[in-house]
Design a protein around this ligand. Sequence first.
Ligand code: AMP
Length: 280
Amino acid sequence: MQVVNSKQELKKALKSYRSEGKSIGLVPTMGALHQGHISLINRCRAENEVVVASIFVNPTQFDNPEDLKKYPRTLESDCELLEPAGCDIVFAPSADEMYPTLPKLSIDFGNLEHVMEGKYRDGHFNGVGIVVSKLFHLVNPDRAYFGQKDLQQVAVLRRLVNDLSFDLELIACPTLRESDGLAMSSRNTRLSAEARKIAPQLHAALQKAKDLLIQGKTAAETQKEINSFFEAIPEFRPEYFEIADFDDLEPIKKMNTEGKTAICTAAYLDGVRLIDNIVF
Ligand code: AMP
């Protein structure tokens, strides 16, 4: 496994594979890797001849400087997970390497900017769109892998690939969870032992809402029960809990019977912002 820090080295590392006509898969990450990330690497390994992982804590997608500062950076242990998983190239650039000049371009993702993560994290998807576009141009992969854990990010990136005709296949992979239901996340390590015990209730709330909708409750009735659910756990400070259409992420009044329904939530616990979703 090669670890490269510059665009030039990356280009060089990819050149021989490219000349041999090998298929290339990309898994973009911000590091602090866990088994959820590794499940993406495994899928990428199974479907491509060359596996590239990027590790870059992208400053332009953080609207909160404290959050950016606190984001764990663990390149060495990340590489210890990537190598046995069969990763070929790790691209771990510095912020200056990725942004010799700060981008002046901005990307408008339409309605996706105004709901859920878009509503609460100003400029987040613009930052994601730009950094992922850069990575797509630098690596030029045949396939790129993203987690459904960040459902809205997948929707935004589908729009990016479609509207800008990126010549690649975008593949969404299922969310890996701890045995108690908590979605694996780099942020979980920041939870106190006490908060960690409560954290799976976020997934429990999603399950409860799913059950209620399947029983025929409206979104409004479901929201009301979920509000009471969170009131009983004051450690949580929910930011949003949305029942939405899976395709456009717009709010819906009842469970979709034709297409899929998505329930997405973000909540603070112990000062850590957790997100999760369920699709059915
Ligand atoms: P991040 O490092 O948080 O930017 O995540 C990098 C990629 O891993 C994103 O596509 C995430 O959606 C995905 N990912 C994060 N957590 C999980 C998880 N628990 N299961 C599956 N994929 C995940």
